[in-house]
Design a protein around this ligand. Structure first.
Ligand SMILES: NC(=O)c1ccc[n+]([C@@H]2O[C@H](COP(=O)([O-])OP(=O)(O)OC[C@H]3O[C@@H](n4cnc5c(N)ncnc54)[C@H](OP(=O)(O)O)[C@@H]3O)[C@@H](O)[C@H]2O)c1
Length: 342
């Protein structure tokens, strides 16, 4: 045990359930008590925490695959930090760990919920992104869920984001015949073709997705990795070749909607084209973890796979980071850094 442990630390609380777009008044950064670790537990000073689109769903009081955030309780989510006190075998002060109690400065966690990570292999924030949950989502969603095979033409939406940017590059590395991406700014579109090696990319704000996709994929697509839903999914269904497969990973265009999405209106095409549209949850694919780490670590070290992160400094900017993610202010994984605080 180290002395001089903190007795309190700041933590973001959800104080009201957003209707539509989240507002600052729905959240509060409050001082919360910090206790010394109990038996078999560690106290962690968080260095980075993750803000993710799925957290918007957790702000609603609805039954889902993860329970909703409780009002007036500290919010949680992926985080990486440094152990500052340990009552758990195998964990020492100074170890870096990945765990699930983000959105706060200090986290007291059971050792079985903390995974040691190595800062000498990759920057610690990468364990929240390219080597973490979003990277595994891309890997599992492309290779396992969509059954990608060499020669497939792949379209990915949200293509400059944490998941999408990895999907497109992994498809290229594994021999896609064509990789097409859509994103929300010209700068992101340029990044896709000039740095990530996509064959074509377009800004979905420039015109109807259906027309832009048809132009970018004149021979159709075999795989669609959906991060967006709505108009994007409708366009993909139109562009699909026979026996096309879609991984339905996310539908961010709908997360703040107060009315159901009118698209896709062309679902009947699924029949004649014999399409497969399959939802996924990354948590179902943990068996792929060792293979994922081995492949991605190799691609990163050879330079075949690239990634970006958008880092927002300071816990006090946690809400702004989350809102920025929903607005598309991030390129690659959105991370909140607490490294410079306290
Ligand atoms: N099923 C799973 O297990 C699982 C796991 C992880 C993530 N996901 C899903 O995967 C998707 C991507 O997640 P991520 O963590 O990689 O986030 P991200 O793509 O890094 O960030 C979200 C991006 O969504 C885009 N966006 C926001 N509103 C949009 C709209 N109306 N239309 C089109 N694009 C919009 C923005 O980029 P632009 O500037 O391009 O608009 C923004 O940067 C999300 O839908 C998320 O829920 C699912």
């Amino acid at each position: 045990m180290s002395d001089a442990l903190p007795t309190s630390g700041r933590a973001w609380h959800l104080v009201a359930r957003p209707h539509g777009w989240p507002e600052a008044s729905d959240f509060a950064l409050r001082e919360a008590p910090v206790s010394a670790p109990g038996e078999g537990r560690v106290l962690v000073r968080n260095l980075y925490f993750s803000v993710d689109p799925y957290m918007r769903g957790r702000m609603n009081d609805v039954k889902s695959y993860v329970p909703p955030f409780k009002l007036d309780h500290p919010m949680d989510g992926g985080a990486v930090g440094e152990v500052v006190a340990s009552e758990a075998e195998g964990f020492a002060v100074g170890d870096h760990v990945l765990h699930g109690k983000g959105w706060r400065e200090y986290a007291e966690v059971p050792a079985e919920h903390a995974v040691k990570v190595d800062a000498s292999i990759a920057p610690l924030s990468a364990y929240l992104g390219v080597l973490g949950m979003t990277g595994l989502t891309a890997y599992a969603g492309l290779f396992e869920v969509a059954s990608f095979t060499e020669g497939d033409a792949v379209f990915v939406s949200g293509a400059a984001g944490a998941v999408g940017s990895q999907v497109g590059q992994m498809a290229r590395i594994k021999g896609a015949s064509r990789v097409i991406g859509s994103a929300g700014s010209d700068e992101k579109v340029k990044l896709l073709t000039e740095e990530y090696g996509f064959d074509a990319a377009f800004n979905y704000k420039d015109g109807p997705v259906k027309e832009q996709l048809a132009q970018a994929a004149p021979d159709g697509i075999d795989v669609y990795f959906d991060n967006v839903g709505g108009e994007h999914l409708e366009a993909a269904i139109s562009s699909f070749n026979v026996h096309g497969r879609a991984t339905i990973c996310g539908m961010i265009a709908q997360y703040n909607a107060t009315e159901p999405s009118p698209a896709p209106r062309n679902l009947a095409l699924v029949i004649g084209k014999r399409l497969r549209l399959q939802g996924m949850l990354v948590g179902d694919h943990s068996a792929l973890q060792p293979q994922f780490i081995q492949d991605v670590a190799g691609w990163l070290s050879s330079g075949a796979l690239k990634y970006r992160e958008t880092t927002v400094e300071g816990i006090e900017n946690g809400f702004d980071a989350f809102l920025g993610l929903l607005r598309g202010e991030n390129t690659g994984k959105m991370i909140v850094s607490l490294d410079g605080s306290r």
